[in-house]
Write a protein that binds this ligand. Structure first.
Ligand code: FE
Length: 179
């Protein structure tokens, strides 16, 4: 009896370790399939020039919550941000540098409590980075212009991309579409 319990515990721990250490290759494969959309109608075409500021400068420009998320890779609590349940038509820009990141017609109701999009306006406006914090293997997403932390991307999103860009409202500002 005791031996089978010990055996079960060992098997469970091993499976968990395998699960958390397996590479997040599905997400990155889907990310690399993203097709760059037409950039001409959007600002911030050139991602070559980085926007670099000191911590002091960012602290002056951003609210405490924005600074905590964008510069210190914080996360807002689920269902508390400005945009998880926001449905207006327009564009979501980086709250730090203004780069246009997501369009409202790519936003979907994921039920996770954070604004979720199935693709960015343009693939190269986002930087993708492996994140192994908290015993999980996730893909962090950052603004390519200012390196501000946005959130994470997962491979359980809806068609056409199968991706879920799970973004902190605090990293974004919404700009309604002009009528
Ligand atoms: Fe930015």
């Amino acid at each position: 009896m005791k031996i089978s319990i010990v055996f079960l515990v060992i098997i469970s721990i091993t499976s968990l370790l395998i699960y958390f250490n397996s590479p997040d290759s599905t997400t990155m494969a889907k990310v690399s399939n993203l097709i760059n959309s037409d950039t001409t109608k959007h600002k911030g075409e050139s991602m070559n020039e980085k926007l670099v500021k000191t911590d002091e400068e960012w602290k002056k420009e951003l609210s405490q919550e924005q600074y905590r998320i964008l510069r210190e890779k914080g996360t807002e609590r689920a269902f508390t941000g400005k945009y998880w349940d926001h449905h207006e038509i327009g564009i979501y820009i980086c709250a730090a540098c203004g780069t246009e990141l997501f369009e409202s017609d790519t936003k979907f109701d994921s039920g996770c409590g954070w604004p979720s999009y199935f693709e960015p306006i343009e693939k190269k406006r986002i930087v993708y980075k492996e994140d192994k914090n908290f015993g999980m293997k996730r893909t962090e997403v950052m603004c390519a212009k200012c390196d501000g932390h946005l959130g994470h991307v997962f491979d359980d999103g809806p068609p056409p991309t199968g991706l879920r860009f799970c973004i902190n409202s605090g990293s974004l500002k919404f700009v309604p579409k002009e009528k």
